[in-house]
Design a protein around this ligand. Sequence first.
Ligand code: PGA
Ligand code: ZN
Length: 409
Amino acid sequence: EIKKVEGLEIIDSRGNFTVRSFVTTKGGVRDFGDAPAGASKGEREAVELRDKDGGVRSAVRSINYYINYALAKLDVRDQDKIDRLMIELDGTDNKSRLGANSMISTSIAVAKTAAKAMGIEIFNYIGGFRSHKIPIPLLNILNGGMHAGNELKIQEFLIIPVGFSTFSDAIKASTSIYRTLKNLISEKFGKIYTSLGDEGGVSPPLSKTEEALDLVYTAIKNSGYDNEILLGMDAASSDFYNSKLNVYEIDGTKKTPDEMIDFYKELCERYPILYLEDPFDENDFERFSRLQSKLSKVIITGDDLYTTNIKYLKKGIEMKSTTGVIVKLNQIGTVTETLDFFDLARENSIKTVISHRSGETEDNFIADLAVGLNSDFIKTGAPARGERTSKYNRLLEIEKEYEFKYNKI
Ligand code: PGA
Ligand code: ZN
């Protein structure tokens, strides 16, 4: 039985304020959940409560008063009921009354506290005995776009360790590539340019997409892993789409949407690219599907396109827009709705990517969520910085403890 829900203003990995929610049961079991924060947000995402000065005291108040009052005396294991109650109490389409940050931190705290009260692992609480797989990580080792100070328009250059039999071997190889990449950059540009972007990837002074791909691919080859590691990109292209002119401003030129199709096609021919996220503006479902049909072996993935909302995923399924989806808890605001979205993707054989945000905390709930659901992939940044390593380290722990198999594509 829930005794109390309390909010706390904490700091995230960008030094901004975010909210942590604590749930305490009558029996004295207590755990917390944190709300992460995006920078390149989708326009259809649920919205957070944020004060004019950047704080989240309004979100904390929302937890301490409305949510605390509504959840009192409920069974902490009743995740579905609790989440639906918060949705009802909020009463808006975009969670703007209670705040998606207040709601998701509480929803996560409820799940973690329930697992703790039952004395079981969080992934088991979520997935039961069906959980048996460690997801393949998509590691963002070179940052551009809104996450870095360089001129690169593509936001994320990802490495994907597919050719390994264990997760720990995959991580070992990935860290070696990450270090090689840093060495390449300090040789080429000087040590000062090994500075990191928001997700822990390097952000060298490059401006062209190809230069970045070349550099990452060279790091893979120099580390001797060109058979085991593939490449991916998150373009987050809504951020460089000019809707007035209907062009993408990238690599020093303006490209029409159709020219972007050719651009991606050529890159996929030149480099071993397995994964391509948000290649087009978040409203262009049609072009997603044209690219997906042209590049049938590449997992074209929707992040801002769907914002973890089944309403938009249904449209994407109808139009065959993508074969992959990003799953972000705070885009929709509750664990229950996140699971509904995940299930819909699974039922339609769409690859799932449980994902962090660029502004993160040390809360590692998404690692357990990904294992619990047997997700295909997890996207949680570079293998560096505490807010990213907390997720990787949790997966290493689960692998060792339970001898779960590493996922295969
Ligand atoms: P965000 O970026 O958290 O800043 O939205 C992550 C992503 O686009 O995948
Ligand atoms: Zn994205």
